[in-house]
Design a protein around this ligand. Structure first.
Ligand code: G6P
Length: 483
């Protein structure tokens, strides 16, 4: 049996909201369901989340829920006639004083007053993800006067970016703050922060999450040029997060598509180094919005992210609004498994020659070294409170499955994000200490995941409840009497 290690995040939306479709997606391998807080009401999100949890439970699957905050995407206001058509060389003005519903062929309003302050003559502005491009020719206190460099249609509420980044809107809007509370109420497993500029934005989000009583792990969406401008900022942002997302839509617009692949590889590498999980997102299967099979270029894009050892690959409109959500999940699953067969995914020279910072990290990495170099090892069992021990283990390339054994619902779901990690509900504290190893291995035997004669690695701490307490590793021979 080939078990896929790379995880699939799929965005839910009109194409995937029905119980029937959700069940198909979960059976096809959906690991993390993304709820996009840019659309839909709190009640709709709550109903959808409950449905995911109910269907997953029915099939014994552990599916994590990720809420994605809208963030401060800067947008133009509206046109009197909904859309205009711009030609190369046309003059066009953005105005903070123009009425917000009265855009026309010459001017449109914008309700982000700092736009004029943030931009200067010579700056390039990208509208609608770069489909229309303009250069600022002159400014007044309320306007940016531009010339069109790439023409095309422009319609209500299209997004606006500056080439090179630097629009200063803070990462969390009032709506985001309300949605952080909603996420706590819904007990979401992950919460994605849009457009964070640096570590301070993530720390603020963490403070708000704590105040709301939520336990969601925080995902930093890397989508501003300034977030990747130097290693110090990027690493600061990564360290202040639990997971990072390579959010290629806006990032590609701001830094240019030519830079994107190199930056993607760097973000994956740096995230893993700092013991964080990482998701690659945006347009991975874009043509599957209309077609039942991906292009070769899309196959190659997903496979490339898998070879770089991302934890998860993500579907956006393909699963939310496309005509083939099920086919998109199936194709992604198939491509991940294919790419994982490549030998570079199976062994690791990572961290050889490095010093470790913590006791649990040392044990986790010793477990991976043993698993990768002792051929009889067929499984790793990590007893875990928070999911942290299997997360660190899965930073190391390996073909040995890591089983996250935890009694907690949130940890069981959260582990669905990590590459090569699979959840098994298990409560060591409910057993006499002398029976825990045997009971854990019996769980694997019962599920057909190991057989007599296999070797299994098990990690745990002296107490059965302490986060960060892992301080021991055992190598167990299946079939022997175990203590
Ligand atoms: C379980 C084990 C403990 C261990 C802990 C580590 O509770 O029974 O012995 O200390 O997991 O949890 P962590 O959240 O650090 O992976």
């Amino acid at each position: 049996m080939t078990v896929r290690r790379t995880k699939i995040v799929a965005t839910l939306g009109p194409a995937s909201n029905s119980p029937q479709m959700l069940e198909k997606l979960i059976l096809a391998g959906l690991d993390v369901a993304r709820l996009n807080f840019s659309h839909g009401s709190p009640d709709e999100h709550k109903a959808r989340a409950q449905l995911v949890r109910d269907i997953a439970a029915k099939h014994g699957r552990h599916v994590a829920l990720l809420g994605d905050l809208q963030g401060p995407k800067i947008r133009i206001a509206k046109f009197a006639n909904k859309r205009i058509e711009l030609e190369v060389g046309d003059r066009f003005t953005f105005s903070t004083s123009h009425p917000l519903t009265e855009g026309n062929q010459q001017v449109v309003g914008i309700d982000y007053p700092d736009l004029v302050k943030d931009c200067g003559v010579g700056d390039e502005l990208l509208l609608d993800d770069g489909r229309v491009v303009m250069r600022v020719e002159s400014t007044t206190p309320a306007t940016l006067e531009c010339v069109v460099l790439i023409g095309g249609p422009l319609s209500d509420h299209k997004g606006i970016n500056r080439r090179g980044g630097g629009l200063t809107a803070p990462a969390l809007t009032e709506k985001d703050k309300a949605d952080i509370k909603l996420a706590a109420e819904m007990d979401l497993d992950y919460l994605a922060v849009s457009f964070p500029r640096d570590a301070a934005d993530m720390e603020y989000a963490r403070q708000l999450r704590d105040e709301s009583g939520g336990k969601a792990w925080l995902v930093a969406k890397i989508e501003r040029a300034e977030a990747v401008a130097d290693d110090e900022t990027l690493d600061g942002l990564i360290k202040a997060s639990d997971v990072v997302m390579v959010a290629r839509g806006d990032l590609g617009v701001e830094i240019g598509d030519a830079e994107l692949v190199g930056i993607q590889k760097k973000i994956i590498l740096h995230a893993r180094r700092h013991n964080k999980a990482v998701i690659v997102a945006t347009q991975m299967m874009e043509s599957m919005i209309q077609n039942p099979m991906p292009t070769r270029a899309e196959v190659s894009d997903v496979a490339n992210a898998v070879l770089d050892y991302t934890d998860a690959v993500m579907l956006s409109a393909e699963s939310a609004a496309g005509a083939y959500p099920l086919e998109a999940v199936q194709a992604m699953a198939r491509i991940c498994v294919g790419a994982e067969r490549h030998p570079t995914g199976k062994s690791s020279s990572h961290r050889i020659g490095k010093t470790f910072e913590r006791c649990d990290e040392s044990i986790a990495l010793a477990a991976m070294y043993t698993a990768n170099h002792f051929p009889g090892v067929k499984a790793i069992i990590a007893l875990t409170e928070s999911g942290y021990t299997p997360l660190i283990m899965s930073r190391i390339r390996s073909s040995v499955p890591i089983y996250s054994f935890s009694p907690h619902r949130d940890t069981q779901a959260r582990s669905a994000m990590f590459r090569g990690v699979y959840t098994i509900p298990f409560d060591p504290a409910a057993l006499p200490p002398g029976e825990v190893s045997q009971a854990a291995v019996d769980e694997l035997l019962k599920r057909g995941l190991v057989e007599q004669g296999d070797w299994v690695i098990l990690t745990k701490g002296d107490s059965y409840h302490t986060i960060g307490g892992t301080n021991g590793m055992k190598i167990l021979h299946v079939g022997d009497a175990l203590v």
